[in-house]
Design a protein around this ligand. Structure first.
Ligand SMILES: *[C@@H]1O[C@H](CO)[C@@H](O)[C@H](O)[C@H]1NC(C)=O
Length: 586
């Protein structure tokens, strides 16, 4: 427990520092002959960015230097599988180095097999110099002869560009292909050249961004398209409701003026009929309020993280986006308690402590469950994706000592401030039977239809997000993401309101779950899309990659579903309150 809380304190401090200041052991300023560190990160198949192993899991060898100033790792890095190891190469600032040997190695049978496997599967590795990433292929296959010949690159040439006392540009090229055979003598070597460069330090990451990809016409066009859809939908919903609701009100008014006998003979129908059941709490109110609370929580943390990402350029520091996201998620926990706890109280729930725990741990438990399962496979494959044990403890500590108490605070506030029932109509003692209706008004079908338009408004953005996560692109157009989030919110609200209106008009009062699930079904389509993406846009293969892909895509869809479900439910709840508080109920 002691260890746990101290590691937690350190972690929070680290996160705070990471988000407030830029400083770590590198201030990125060098003097002549200062030590420049080449960090070896990971190696893995070219076609899957997420399957990575430690660089030295392949029988590469280290340089001669062993002394090194200290180095730290953030939580985000650990979760992302960043595993930096010192290369041992002797690199000094502004000091050219002619071709020199790193080490000489005689290939044993095991080493040979490991290298051949890596070359066969198109492994490439990643390194960092002064936080700038570098990539290189392990080797090449010569397919023109049979059996194919496997060759490995043994020489690395680094071109380092400097601007005054800072490193602003790094290139690496690999040469000297050597055929891999048993007992071959491999000599690994490197070479350093410094060049003055005119790149500004602040712009040094620009060459990793891909504007022709991210600011492609399609991207602009899709945003524009979704925007038109929003205007059209909002207009449509407005028109339908102004006209239909006015008609409904006029009809109900007329019926009120008839005397009782006439009314019995008249045909009252439509949404007003269910006023005695409309505010009947849904089934599973605890789960329902936990889902809505978690949806709010996801929404607010996504929103804040996107804003932070627009302001700060997170891509210049490894893992900082993930660290920031975790920090924001923990800090916005009161939102979860406030909305979930308040809703639970309004639904008449009594076991609020249990609700609080379900609410606080719903998403963390799902995420840890999936991560745990994937971890098992990762450990089996020795992938660097296996989350270290200490990191798991740190994450658990955040859940128990930060998220839980903050959710508690939120819940208490929510129950006291917004826990009063404010329903415009009373709930009848006996539930009204739900009349038979046309097949297309069944809740299950409404739920499935509800997700189509919201999905249509976001799927192009999904392509860009997937591509930056599963392929080698740095996502940096967070302005687009914010716009898409806003569009998604509006479209989901409009669509679920229309869906719920049809449902209520069919005198079916089960709108709570229906509106939630109608919004949430967007994520079902996103998951289907991710299957399409896996089959046609990636070249992943093997158990590890498949499980990893579908596991994390499932989590992503789930979080998205909770968020969209919450949006759908909140929109519909406003709408329901509005229409039932303006109609006269006797
Ligand atoms: C790195 O490569 C790019 C593109 O080939 C080139 O413009 C740049 O000058 C190179 N930088 C250094 C330091 O050699």
């Amino acid at each position: 427990m002691q260890k746990c809380s101290s590691s937690l304190a350190l972690l929070c401090l680290g996160l705070l520092l990471a988000s407030v200041t830029q400083a770590d052991e590198h201030d990125h300023l060098y003097k002549q002959d200062d030590e420049v560190v080449l960090w070896m990160n990971t190696v893995g198949p070219y076609s899957n960015r997420q399957e990575t192993y430690a660089y030295y899991s392949l029988p590469f060898c280290k340089g001669t230097v062993t002394e090194l100033s200290h180095y730290h790792e953030t939580l985000g890095e650990a979760l992302l599988g960043v595993e930096l190891e010192f290369s041992g190469l002797d690199i000094k600032f502004k000091k050219d180095m002619p071709k020199s040997t790193i080490c000489t190695k005689t290939l044993s049978g095991d080493d040979l097999n490991a290298f051949i496997y890596a070359v066969q599967n198109q492994y490439w590795y990643q390194m960092y110099v002064d936080d700038l990433p570098l990539w290189g292929m392990v080797g090449e296959v010569d397919q023109s002869v049979s059996p194919p010949v496997y060759k490995i690159y043994t020489h690395k040439k680094f071109d380092i560009g400097f601007n005054k006392n800072q490193i602003v540009d790094v290139n690496m090229s690999t040469t000297d292909l050597v055929t891999l055979t048993k007992d071959a003598e491999l000599t690994f070597s490197y070479e350093i050249n410094y060049k003055p460069s005119s790149v500004n330090f602040d712009d040094r990451f620009d060459k990793y961004l891909d504007p022709t990809f991210f600011q492609h016409r399609i991207h602009w066009f899709s945003i524009f398209n979704s925007f038109m859809m929003v205007i059209f939908l909002v207009g449509l919903v407005w028109m339908i409701f102004v006209r239909t609701l006015r008609k409904d009100y006029a009809r109900y008014q007329k019926e009120d003026e008839l005397d009782d006998l006439d009314r019995d003979l008249g045909d009252e129908y439509g949404w007003k009929q269910v006023h005695g059941d409309i505010f009947r709490p849904p089934n599973y109110p605890m789960l329902f309020s936990a889902c809505v609370g978690t949806g709010w929580h996801v929404f607010s943390s996504v929103f804040i993280t996107i804003l932070l990402a627009i302001v700060g350029e997170f891509y210049t520091e490894r893992g900082s986006l993930l660290s920031a996201a975790i920090f924001v998620y923990a800090a916005t926990a009161p939102v979860n308690g406030y909305s979930g706890g308040g809703l639970y109280a309004r639904l008449g729930g009594k076991r609020w402590i249990k609700q609080l725990i379900v609410s606080a741990f719903l998403l963390p438990a799902l995420v840890s469950g999936v991560a745990f399962a994937i971890n098992f496979i990762a450990i089996y494959y020795h992938a660097s994706r296996a989350i270290p044990f200490l990191t798991m403890i740190a994450v658990t500590c955040i859940c128990v000592f930060v998220i839980l108490p903050l959710t508690l605070v939120g819940t208490i506030l929510g129950r006291n401030i917004s826990g009063q029932k404010n329903n415009p109509c009373r709930v009848n003692a006996v539930p009204r039977p739900i009349p038979d209706k046309k097949w297309f008004l069944e809740p299950a079908l409404i739920v499935m239809m509800g997700g189509i338009l919201p999905f249509g408004s976001i799927f192009i953005e999904m392509y860009f997000i997937f591509t930056s996560f599963w392929a080698y692109k740095i996502y940096y157009v967070y302005g687009f993401m914010l716009l898409v989030l806003i569009i998604l919110t509006i479209v989901t609200t409009c669509v679920t309101i229309v869906c719920s209106y049809f449902l209520l008009n069919a005198e079916d009062y089960r709108w709570h779950w229906t509106s939630f699930l109608a919004g949430a079904s967007t994520s079902f389509y996103v998951y289907l899309y991710s299957i399409y993406y896996f089959m046609f846009k990636t070249r992943m293969y093997g158990l590890f990659q498949t499980v990893f892909y579908f596991g994390y895509m499932g989590l992503f869809s789930l979080a998205l579903g909770l968020m969209c479900g919450m949006i759908g439910y909140i929109g519909t709840a406003r709408f329901v309150h509005k229409i039932y508080s303006t109609v006269k109920i006797d």
